[in-house]
Design a protein around this ligand. Structure first.
Ligand SMILES: Nc1nc2c(ncn2[C@@H]2O[C@H](COP(=O)(O)OP(=O)(O)OP(=O)(O)O)[C@@H](O)[C@H]2O)c(=O)[nH]1
Ligand SMILES: [Mg+2]
Length: 318
Protein backbone atom coordinates (compact mmCIF):
# COMPACT_ATOMS: atom_id res chain seq x y z
CA UNK A 1 0.00 0.00 0.00
CA UNK A 2 2.92 2.22 0.85
CA UNK A 3 4.32 1.39 -2.58
CA UNK A 4 1.09 2.39 -4.33
CA UNK A 5 0.92 5.63 -2.37
CA UNK A 6 4.49 6.50 -3.31
CA UNK A 7 3.98 5.73 -6.97
CA UNK A 8 0.81 7.79 -7.05
CA UNK A 9 2.82 10.62 -5.53
CA UNK A 10 5.22 10.25 -8.47
CA UNK A 11 8.13 8.79 -6.49
CA UNK A 12 10.79 7.98 -9.07
CA UNK A 13 12.78 5.47 -7.01
CA UNK A 14 9.76 3.34 -6.11
CA UNK A 15 8.50 3.37 -9.69
CA UNK A 16 11.94 2.53 -11.08
CA UNK A 17 12.35 -0.39 -8.71
CA UNK A 18 8.97 -1.79 -9.67
CA UNK A 19 9.75 -1.49 -13.38
CA UNK A 20 13.04 -3.31 -12.83
CA UNK A 21 11.15 -6.07 -10.99
CA UNK A 22 8.71 -6.29 -13.91
CA UNK A 23 11.63 -6.75 -16.24
CA UNK A 24 12.91 -9.59 -14.05
CA UNK A 25 9.38 -11.02 -13.89
CA UNK A 26 9.53 -11.21 -10.07
CA UNK A 27 6.36 -12.43 -8.29
CA UNK A 28 6.16 -9.28 -6.12
CA UNK A 29 5.94 -7.19 -9.29
CA UNK A 30 2.78 -9.03 -10.26
CA UNK A 31 1.26 -8.41 -6.83
CA UNK A 32 2.08 -4.72 -7.18
CA UNK A 33 0.36 -4.53 -10.57
CA UNK A 34 -2.74 -6.16 -9.10
CA UNK A 35 -2.93 -3.28 -6.61
CA UNK A 36 -2.12 -0.63 -9.18
CA UNK A 37 -4.48 -1.77 -11.92
CA UNK A 38 -7.72 -0.22 -10.54
CA UNK A 39 -6.03 3.20 -10.58
CA UNK A 40 -4.94 3.05 -14.23
CA UNK A 41 -6.58 4.34 -17.39
CA UNK A 42 -5.87 8.04 -17.28
CA UNK A 43 -2.77 8.38 -19.47
CA UNK A 44 -2.66 8.71 -23.24
CA UNK A 45 -0.32 5.96 -24.45
CA UNK A 46 1.51 6.56 -27.71
CA UNK A 47 3.42 3.78 -29.46
CA UNK A 48 6.24 4.87 -31.75
CA UNK A 49 7.52 2.22 -34.08
CA UNK A 50 9.71 1.90 -37.16
CA UNK A 51 12.77 0.19 -38.59
CA UNK A 52 16.10 0.23 -36.71
CA UNK A 53 17.74 3.63 -37.10
CA UNK A 54 14.62 5.30 -38.51
CA UNK A 55 15.12 8.12 -36.01
CA UNK A 56 12.54 7.10 -33.41
CA UNK A 57 14.59 8.08 -30.39
CA UNK A 58 15.48 11.42 -31.95
CA UNK A 59 11.77 12.06 -32.45
CA UNK A 60 10.85 10.92 -28.95
CA UNK A 61 13.48 13.21 -27.47
CA UNK A 62 12.12 16.17 -29.44
CA UNK A 63 8.52 15.20 -28.68
CA UNK A 64 9.24 15.31 -24.95
CA UNK A 65 10.27 18.94 -25.35
CA UNK A 66 7.22 19.73 -27.45
CA UNK A 67 4.77 18.14 -24.98
CA UNK A 68 6.47 19.87 -22.05
CA UNK A 69 5.90 23.19 -23.79
CA UNK A 70 2.23 22.22 -23.88
CA UNK A 71 2.47 21.62 -20.12
CA UNK A 72 1.96 17.88 -20.37
CA UNK A 73 3.91 15.47 -18.20
CA UNK A 74 5.60 12.64 -20.08
CA UNK A 75 6.69 9.07 -19.42
CA UNK A 76 8.99 7.36 -21.92
CA UNK A 77 9.61 3.65 -22.36
CA UNK A 78 12.42 2.62 -24.68
CA UNK A 79 11.69 -0.99 -25.56
CA UNK A 80 14.27 -3.28 -27.07
CA UNK A 81 12.82 -6.56 -28.28
CA UNK A 82 15.62 -7.37 -30.69
CA UNK A 83 18.45 -8.81 -28.66
CA UNK A 84 20.22 -8.62 -25.34
CA UNK A 85 23.27 -7.31 -27.19
CA UNK A 86 21.83 -3.98 -28.31
CA UNK A 87 21.68 -2.63 -24.77
CA UNK A 88 24.25 -0.10 -25.88
CA UNK A 89 21.81 1.60 -28.23
CA UNK A 90 19.30 1.98 -25.43
CA UNK A 91 22.00 3.35 -23.19
CA UNK A 92 22.78 5.90 -25.90
CA UNK A 93 19.12 6.90 -26.06
CA UNK A 94 19.04 7.38 -22.32
CA UNK A 95 22.14 9.55 -22.49
CA UNK A 96 20.69 11.64 -25.28
CA UNK A 97 17.42 12.10 -23.42
CA UNK A 98 19.38 12.92 -20.29
CA UNK A 99 18.76 16.61 -20.89
CA UNK A 100 15.23 15.96 -19.63
CA UNK A 101 16.42 14.07 -16.55
CA UNK A 102 16.31 17.09 -14.24
CA UNK A 103 12.71 17.75 -15.19
CA UNK A 104 10.32 16.17 -12.64
CA UNK A 105 7.63 16.17 -15.35
CA UNK A 106 9.59 13.60 -17.35
CA UNK A 107 10.27 9.95 -16.45
CA UNK A 108 12.36 7.82 -18.82
CA UNK A 109 12.99 4.09 -18.53
CA UNK A 110 14.26 1.43 -20.86
CA UNK A 111 12.97 -2.09 -20.96
CA UNK A 112 14.38 -5.38 -22.19
CA UNK A 113 13.77 -8.91 -21.01
CA UNK A 114 15.85 -11.99 -21.44
CA UNK A 115 12.87 -14.30 -21.27
CA UNK A 116 10.16 -15.44 -23.64
CA UNK A 117 9.00 -13.14 -26.43
CA UNK A 118 5.59 -12.62 -24.85
CA UNK A 119 7.33 -11.54 -21.67
CA UNK A 120 8.49 -8.27 -23.09
CA UNK A 121 5.07 -7.18 -24.26
CA UNK A 122 3.69 -8.04 -20.83
CA UNK A 123 6.41 -6.01 -19.14
CA UNK A 124 5.64 -3.07 -21.44
CA UNK A 125 1.94 -3.18 -20.59
CA UNK A 126 2.72 -3.26 -16.89
CA UNK A 127 5.39 -0.54 -17.04
CA UNK A 128 2.83 1.64 -18.84
CA UNK A 129 0.47 1.06 -15.90
CA UNK A 130 3.15 2.22 -13.49
CA UNK A 131 3.76 5.47 -15.41
CA UNK A 132 0.01 5.96 -15.75
CA UNK A 133 -0.45 5.72 -11.98
CA UNK A 134 2.48 8.11 -11.51
CA UNK A 135 0.20 10.62 -13.21
CA UNK A 136 2.02 11.08 -16.52
CA UNK A 137 -0.30 12.66 -19.09
CA UNK A 138 1.41 11.01 -22.04
CA UNK A 139 3.42 7.83 -22.21
CA UNK A 140 5.63 7.37 -25.26
CA UNK A 141 6.69 3.79 -25.95
CA UNK A 142 9.42 3.38 -28.55
CA UNK A 143 9.85 -0.02 -30.13
CA UNK A 144 11.59 -1.40 -33.21
CA UNK A 145 9.08 -2.46 -35.82
CA UNK A 146 9.50 -5.90 -37.29
CA UNK A 147 6.73 -8.38 -36.83
CA UNK A 148 4.02 -9.98 -34.80
CA UNK A 149 5.58 -9.53 -31.41
CA UNK A 150 6.08 -5.87 -32.07
CA UNK A 151 2.40 -5.53 -32.97
CA UNK A 152 1.58 -6.94 -29.54
CA UNK A 153 3.75 -4.33 -27.91
CA UNK A 154 2.21 -1.56 -29.95
CA UNK A 155 -1.28 -2.76 -29.05
CA UNK A 156 -0.70 -1.41 -25.57
CA UNK A 157 -1.10 2.07 -27.11
CA UNK A 158 -4.05 4.29 -27.90
CA UNK A 159 -2.20 6.07 -30.69
CA UNK A 160 0.32 4.41 -32.98
CA UNK A 161 2.93 6.46 -34.84
CA UNK A 162 4.77 4.59 -37.62
CA UNK A 163 8.11 6.13 -38.59
CA UNK A 164 9.35 5.49 -42.12
CA UNK A 165 12.41 6.75 -43.96
CA UNK A 166 12.85 7.18 -47.72
CA UNK A 167 15.05 4.84 -49.64
CA UNK A 168 14.38 1.63 -47.77
CA UNK A 169 12.70 -0.48 -50.43
CA UNK A 170 11.20 -3.00 -48.06
CA UNK A 171 9.47 -0.41 -45.90
CA UNK A 172 6.11 -0.64 -47.58
CA UNK A 173 6.27 -4.43 -47.45
CA UNK A 174 6.84 -4.23 -43.72
CA UNK A 175 3.87 -1.99 -43.27
CA UNK A 176 1.71 -4.25 -45.36
CA UNK A 177 2.69 -7.10 -43.07
CA UNK A 178 0.47 -5.77 -40.32
CA UNK A 179 1.59 -2.42 -39.01
CA UNK A 180 -0.38 -0.59 -41.67
CA UNK A 181 -3.66 -1.60 -40.07
CA UNK A 182 -2.73 -0.18 -36.72
CA UNK A 183 -1.00 3.07 -37.79
CA UNK A 184 -2.80 6.25 -36.71
CA UNK A 185 -0.11 8.67 -37.85
CA UNK A 186 2.61 8.15 -40.45
CA UNK A 187 5.87 10.01 -40.20
CA UNK A 188 8.20 10.24 -43.16
CA UNK A 189 11.39 10.97 -41.32
CA UNK A 190 14.59 12.35 -42.85
CA UNK A 191 12.22 13.66 -45.51
CA UNK A 192 14.91 15.90 -46.98
CA UNK A 193 16.34 12.75 -48.58
CA UNK A 194 15.70 11.39 -52.03
CA UNK A 195 12.70 9.17 -52.29
CA UNK A 196 10.51 11.08 -49.81
CA UNK A 197 8.02 12.00 -52.55
CA UNK A 198 7.83 8.45 -53.78
CA UNK A 199 7.25 7.14 -50.27
CA UNK A 200 4.55 9.77 -49.70
CA UNK A 201 2.86 8.75 -52.95
CA UNK A 202 2.96 5.06 -52.08
CA UNK A 203 1.45 5.76 -48.68
CA UNK A 204 -1.24 7.99 -50.19
CA UNK A 205 -2.25 5.36 -52.72
CA UNK A 206 -2.35 2.74 -49.99
CA UNK A 207 -4.55 4.97 -47.84
CA UNK A 208 -6.76 5.73 -50.85
CA UNK A 209 -7.62 2.06 -51.08
CA UNK A 210 -9.10 2.04 -47.59
CA UNK A 211 -12.88 2.38 -48.05
CA UNK A 212 -13.63 3.85 -44.66
CA UNK A 213 -11.60 4.92 -41.64
CA UNK A 214 -12.94 4.14 -38.16
CA UNK A 215 -14.10 7.35 -36.51
CA UNK A 216 -13.38 9.17 -39.76
CA UNK A 217 -9.69 9.39 -38.83
CA UNK A 218 -7.60 9.15 -41.97
CA UNK A 219 -4.00 8.70 -40.75
CA UNK A 220 -2.11 11.87 -41.64
CA UNK A 221 1.27 11.56 -43.32
CA UNK A 222 3.72 14.03 -41.76
CA UNK A 223 7.05 14.82 -43.33
CA UNK A 224 9.86 15.60 -40.96
CA UNK A 225 13.14 16.92 -42.30
CA UNK A 226 16.64 16.92 -40.95
CA UNK A 227 16.82 16.97 -37.17
CA UNK A 228 20.00 19.04 -37.37
CA UNK A 229 18.05 21.84 -39.02
CA UNK A 230 16.47 23.11 -35.79
CA UNK A 231 13.83 25.60 -36.95
CA UNK A 232 11.89 23.51 -39.50
CA UNK A 233 12.48 20.44 -37.31
CA UNK A 234 10.93 22.24 -34.34
CA UNK A 235 7.94 23.23 -36.45
CA UNK A 236 7.47 19.63 -37.58
CA UNK A 237 7.57 18.51 -33.95
CA UNK A 238 4.77 20.96 -33.17
CA UNK A 239 2.79 19.42 -35.99
CA UNK A 240 3.46 15.89 -34.77
CA UNK A 241 2.60 16.54 -31.12
CA UNK A 242 -0.56 18.36 -32.23
CA UNK A 243 -1.52 15.40 -34.44
CA UNK A 244 -0.97 13.00 -31.53
CA UNK A 245 -3.17 15.06 -29.22
CA UNK A 246 -5.71 15.48 -32.03
CA UNK A 247 -5.91 11.73 -32.49
CA UNK A 248 -6.59 11.25 -28.81
CA UNK A 249 -9.33 13.87 -28.94
CA UNK A 250 -10.91 12.01 -31.86
CA UNK A 251 -10.76 8.76 -29.88
CA UNK A 252 -12.59 10.43 -27.03
CA UNK A 253 -15.16 12.18 -29.22
CA UNK A 254 -16.07 9.03 -31.14
CA UNK A 255 -16.51 5.63 -29.50
CA UNK A 256 -13.06 4.61 -30.63
CA UNK A 257 -11.39 5.04 -27.26
CA UNK A 258 -13.49 2.16 -25.95
CA UNK A 259 -12.31 0.02 -28.88
CA UNK A 260 -8.69 0.86 -28.19
CA UNK A 261 -9.10 0.17 -24.48
CA UNK A 262 -10.63 -3.16 -25.38
CA UNK A 263 -7.78 -4.01 -27.76
CA UNK A 264 -5.32 -3.11 -25.01
CA UNK A 265 -7.17 -5.21 -22.47
CA UNK A 266 -7.36 -8.20 -24.81
CA UNK A 267 -3.61 -8.16 -25.29
CA UNK A 268 -3.16 -7.99 -21.54
CA UNK A 269 -5.49 -10.84 -20.77
CA UNK A 270 -3.86 -13.02 -23.45
CA UNK A 271 -0.49 -12.30 -21.91
CA UNK A 272 -1.70 -12.99 -18.40
CA UNK A 273 -3.25 -16.29 -19.52
CA UNK A 274 -0.07 -17.31 -21.30
CA UNK A 275 1.81 -16.46 -18.13
CA UNK A 276 -0.59 -18.40 -15.91
CA UNK A 277 -1.27 -21.43 -18.11
CA UNK A 278 1.21 -21.95 -20.92
CA UNK A 279 4.44 -20.83 -19.26
CA UNK A 280 4.20 -23.23 -16.26
CA UNK A 281 3.48 -26.15 -18.62
CA UNK A 282 6.41 -25.27 -20.88
CA UNK A 283 8.67 -24.87 -17.88
CA UNK A 284 7.68 -28.21 -16.42
CA UNK A 285 8.10 -29.99 -19.76
CA UNK A 286 11.51 -28.42 -20.26
CA UNK A 287 12.78 -29.18 -16.76
CA UNK A 288 11.61 -32.80 -16.84
CA UNK A 289 13.38 -33.36 -20.15
CA UNK A 290 10.09 -34.14 -21.88
CA UNK A 291 10.59 -31.29 -24.35
CA UNK A 292 13.93 -32.68 -25.43
CA UNK A 293 12.40 -36.10 -25.93
CA UNK A 294 9.49 -34.62 -27.95
CA UNK A 295 11.92 -32.73 -30.16
CA UNK A 296 13.65 -36.02 -30.95
CA UNK A 297 10.40 -37.75 -31.81
CA UNK A 298 9.39 -34.87 -34.07
CA UNK A 299 12.73 -34.87 -35.84
CA UNK A 300 12.41 -38.61 -36.46
CA UNK A 301 8.86 -37.97 -37.77
CA UNK A 302 7.41 -40.37 -35.22
CA UNK A 303 4.70 -37.86 -34.42
CA UNK A 304 3.58 -34.31 -35.29
CA UNK A 305 3.18 -31.08 -33.28
CA UNK A 306 -0.63 -31.23 -33.28
CA UNK A 307 -0.72 -34.73 -31.81
CA UNK A 308 1.74 -33.68 -29.12
CA UNK A 309 -0.24 -30.52 -28.34
CA UNK A 310 -3.45 -32.55 -28.11
CA UNK A 311 -1.85 -34.97 -25.64
CA UNK A 312 -0.46 -32.17 -23.50
CA UNK A 313 -3.81 -30.34 -23.53
CA UNK A 314 -5.68 -33.50 -22.43
CA UNK A 315 -3.20 -34.00 -19.63
CA UNK A 316 -3.46 -30.43 -18.30
CA UNK A 317 -6.92 -29.14 -19.17
CA UNK A 318 -10.06 -30.73 -17.82
N1 LIG B 1 20.54 13.04 -41.33
C1 LIG B 1 19.69 12.80 -40.36
N2 LIG B 1 20.01 11.90 -39.42
C2 LIG B 1 19.13 11.63 -38.44
C3 LIG B 1 17.85 12.25 -38.39
N3 LIG B 1 17.18 11.78 -37.31
C4 LIG B 1 18.00 10.90 -36.72
N4 LIG B 1 19.19 10.81 -37.39
C5 LIG B 1 20.33 9.96 -37.06
O1 LIG B 1 20.00 8.62 -37.31
C6 LIG B 1 20.61 7.78 -36.34
C7 LIG B 1 19.57 6.91 -35.68
O2 LIG B 1 18.67 7.76 -34.96
P1 LIG B 1 17.83 7.21 -33.73
O3 LIG B 1 16.95 8.32 -33.30
O4 LIG B 1 18.72 6.60 -32.73
O5 LIG B 1 16.99 6.08 -34.45
P2 LIG B 1 16.09 4.95 -33.79
O6 LIG B 1 14.99 4.67 -34.73
O7 LIG B 1 15.74 5.31 -32.41
O8 LIG B 1 17.10 3.74 -33.77
P3 LIG B 1 16.96 2.36 -32.96
O9 LIG B 1 16.34 2.67 -31.63
O10 LIG B 1 18.36 1.87 -32.87
O11 LIG B 1 16.08 1.48 -33.80
C8 LIG B 1 21.31 8.69 -35.37
O12 LIG B 1 22.68 8.73 -35.70
C9 LIG B 1 20.66 10.02 -35.58
O13 LIG B 1 21.52 11.10 -35.27
C10 LIG B 1 17.55 13.20 -39.41
O14 LIG B 1 16.49 13.82 -39.43
N5 LIG B 1 18.49 13.44 -40.37
MG1 LIG C 1 16.00 4.23 -30.61
Amino acid sequence: MEQLRKIRAGDVRTASRLIRNLEEDLPEAKTAIMRIFPHTGRAHVVGITGAPGAGKSTLVDALIASFRKKEKTVGVLCVDPTSPFTGGAILGDRLRMQRHAEDPGVFIRSLATRGALGGLSKAVGDAVHVMDVMGKDLILAETVGTGQQEVEIINHSHTVVVVLVPGMGDEIQTIKAGIMEIADIFVINKADRNGADQLANELASMLNMVPEFPGGWRPPVLRIGNCFDPVPFGESMEELSTAIIGHHRRLVETDLLGDRMKRKTMVEIHEALRDAILEPILKEMTQSGEMEEIAGRLLRKETDPYTIAGEVARRHLK
